[in-house]
Design a protein around this ligand. Sequence first.
Ligand SMILES: [Fe+2]
Ligand SMILES: [Fe+2]
Length: 223
Amino acid sequence: MTLQPTKAKYTGTVGEIAASLPGAAAIFKNFNIDFCCHGDVSLDEAAADRGIDVFMIEQALSTLKADDLPTPAKLSSGELTEYIQTRYHETHRREIAELIQLSRKVEAVHKDHPRAPAGLADVLRQMEGELEVHMKKEELILFPAMRWADTVLDAPISQMRHDHNDHALFLERLKGLTNEFTLPEDACRSWQALYSGLAKLADDLVEHIHIENNILFPRFEAR
Ligand SMILES: [Fe+2]
Ligand SMILES: [Fe+2]
């Protein structure tokens, strides 16, 4: 008997499912499904891309209860842009600055270690610069426009989506330099703190981009 691929019962794209079902984003992350920059595919397609039976993902999703967690999709655009600034923009600024210091220290102290993340601080500096320019554009131009009027903002949003794809490339570079934030057995406390901080930054940035791409921006794009 030939087994037919299971058809997903969750409709909409993975980006939409992550936006409307609290906790779905964490499940997609566990299955390595990109719901953030490439969230415009169905659950069936995403599962097929990863070589996973869609039924496994649906089982995990079915354990979620819609009211367990607060959801950004329920916030007004004014509330949501404020939330993004305080929860994500300010947090990235603070944490990247700390991670640059920490990576300089780890790179210097362990420069002869074969697994030392050589060049990490420089990549973080570039990432800090690009994120800062991007977040300033959102804070000074795009978010105020969203608070003033319920209007179509296709052109600036398309530029922001493009920037988000660049941020995702920075995350790939960070993972490449650190073997996906995997520590060597003899890693010191600073090295441990550096990689756990980087993993947190990566998780936060993916969540941040997801909320903008899949919840906030569609409210201001032409259908
Ligand atoms: Fe943002
Ligand atoms: Fe953004």
